[in-house]
Design a protein around this ligand. Structure first.
Ligand SMILES: Cc1ncc(C[n+]2csc(CCOP(=O)(O)OP(=O)(O)O)c2C)c(N)n1
Length: 544
């Protein structure tokens, strides 16, 4: 039993710290003052990272969860503070990111009389959290916060929301709680054995590794199983980098051939959603296996040849053992076919990566960026077409370091993710890729980077349009509306005005030197690259 004293805010901070929280992401509001007082008077003090929009605080807490694999903490004030955080909570829900959001709340003692920001908040986030609740007494704050962290960090991970009426949060008194432990369940051994048998009977298997392979801490076991079984791998989200670039089994670039011709696709740690053709491969010809970190995450909308839910390290270890026993061996002609398809895809890259056109082809930016990226770089994408190019060409060297918005596809993650990445990876490069449209959602939080001395390299793909909307609308209607932005806007000057630095680039040969200056600078720095609005990412899926 852990005993606590002081006010409700001090109780909550003590519990959060016991769960490894180092930073409270927040934007000020009187309803949550005790949480600040709890943070600054804690021994040692907990870092307060105050931002300019609540979505940034919540996105930063989410990215902390994604990178550290422990729940991040956001504290947002009552009413508008909470409603401003809703898109970021939804993003964490879709990503399975561990995170606790503590909301302020109008006091209980006069509830119903028309208090400032008197809003019953949990119903608003009920469908996008693992739990959304109100704590109505001082002595329940610590146990509720402890349970929130335990639940958020237990597979399948996700956001938990709690709000505390300010009369209880300000109240003083003792409290005690029994710290809970994160729950991990092994997968059913018979289910794993069944998947191993399918593998033994397959001729052209493919293994897909998604973000939960990283979030569940299974990256080492996943690589070992793939190597032991000689399984070709396609990586997604934070699973990218589980096999490093140029690994002979990494065939992400040959994904069309792999999915088109495979007879068994084993998908681990990512939903069978639109990003994976809703789980239909080879026109339905391939058998499909779905493995998730929790049984209730296994897809119900497709016919599965096998499935398992539970600890992913145990899954990979069990699969390697059982498949060995069943004599599973991947036909080398299949692996060779996929490595040749991969090599062919890579051989075509220089045309885009080295494009010398004027206006600049967005792909050229990646041609210049890739040689400058270090192995531990964190790369964040916030935008449409510009970021799709990054998804294709940036091959992370280590798992966990690629942060995209995930299936909820919410623009505006950028600055929040970058703030968290800088804090979680103090000695790594942090590169934020921003569409010029996306930049508008969070660029003001460069102010936060500046005030907290957090250098980040920002690259804006500035095509003066909402590219991923303008081109599809043209395709469907032959005209477009609501898709223009002002051309050549000086977002770099915005960064400078906020205390950072930057420059605008208009010709391909200037990109590399500008990026080098950005990496050498010790401040938030934007390279604002004017790109070709006529260029559209060659997309094969719409998501619907
Ligand atoms: C919050 C939010 N609003 C709107 C959208 C719809 N949307 C998806 S991509 C896109 C265009 C993005 O434009 P930009 O960031 O400039 O990148 P580009 O496609 O031009 O490279 C829009 C508006 C969204 N995904 N999220």
């Amino acid at each position: 039993m852990t005993e606590l004293s002081g006010h409700g805010g001090a109780h909550a901070v003590a519990v959060a710290r016991a769960h490894g929280v180092q930073t409270m992401f927040t934007l000020s509001g009187g309803h949550v003052f005790p949480l600040y007082d709890g943070a600054v008077t804690a021994e040692p003090a907990m870092r307060l990272l105050d931002v300019r929009h609540e979505q940034t605080a919540v996105f930063a807490a989410e990215a902390t969860g994604k990178l550290s694999r422990r729940p991040g903490l956001a504290v947002i004030t009552a009413g508008p503070g909470v409603t401003n955080g809703v898109s970021a909570i939804a993003t964490a829900h879709f990503n399975g990111s561990p995170m606790v959001v503590l909301g302020g709340r109008a006091p209980d003692y006069r509830w119903g009389a028309g208090l400032l920001q008197e809003l019953d908040q949990p119903p608003l986030v009920q469908t996008i959290t693992k739990r959304a609740d109100t704590v109505h007494t001082l002595d329940k704050i610590a146990p509720a916060v402890d349970d929130a962290f335990r639940l958020a960090g237990s597979p399948h991970r996700g956001p938990v929301f709690l709000d505390v009426p300010m009369d209880h949060l300000f109240n003083n008194g003792p409290a005690s709680y029994e710290p809970g432990a994160v729950e991990r369940t092994p997968p059913d051994p018979d289910a794993v054995d069944g998947i191993a048998r399918l593998l033994a009977g397959a001729e052209r298997p493919v293994l897909v590794l998604g973000s939960d392979v990283w979030l569940d801490g299974a990256e080492v076991a996943a690589r070992a199983a793939a190597e032991e079984l000689g399984l070709p791998v396609i990586a997604n989200g934070q699973g990218r980098g589980v096999l490093p670039p140029r690994h002979p089994l990494l065939v992400t670039r040959a994904r069309k051939v792999a999915f088109g011709e495979s007879d068994l696709v084993i998908v681990v740690g990512t939903p069978l959603d639109f990003r994976l053709g809703f789980g239909e491969f080879g026109g339905g010809a391939a058998r499909v296996v779905h493995v998730m970190d929790a049984a209730d995450q296994v897809a119900g909308h497709v016919e599965l040849a096998g499935s398992a839910g539970g600890d992913l390290t145990a899954f990979f270890t069990g699969l390697a053992d059982a498949a060995g026993r069943h004599g599973a061996a991947v036909d080398t002609s299949w692996s060779t076919r996929l490595s040749e398809a991969t090599a062919a895809a890579v051989a075509a890259d220089p045309e885009v990566l080295g494009a010398d056109s004027d206006p600049i082809h967005p792909g050229r930016i990646y041609g210049e960026l890739l040689p400058l990226l270090e192995d531990d770089a964190v790369v964040i994408g916030d935008g449409g077409d510009f970021v799709s190019y990054a998804g294709k060409y940036v091959e992370p060297a280590r798992p966990g370091n690629w942060l995209d918005p995930g299936p909820y596809g919410c623009l505006g993650t950028g600055l929040g993710y970058a703030i968290a990445a800088r804090l979680e990876r103090p000695s790594s490069q942090v590169v934020l890729l921003l569409g010029d449209g996306a930049a508008g959602f969070s660029l003001m939080d460069v102010d936060t980077l500046v005030r907290h001395k957090l250098p980040v390299v920002m690259i804006c793909g500035n095509n003066g349009i909402w590219g991923l909307e303008k081109h599809p609308m043209q395709f469907l209607y032959g005209y477009d509306v609501a898709a223009e932005l002002a051309p050549r806007t000086r977002y770099d000057e915005v960064v400078k005005a906020l205390g950072g630095d930057g420059e605008m680039v208009t010709s391909p040969s200037e990109i590399g030197p500008a990026l080098r200056r950005a990496f050498a600078s010790e401040v938030p720095y934007m390279v604002n690259v004017v790109t070709d609005p006529a260029n559209a990412y060659p997309r094969s899926t719409t998501g619907v």
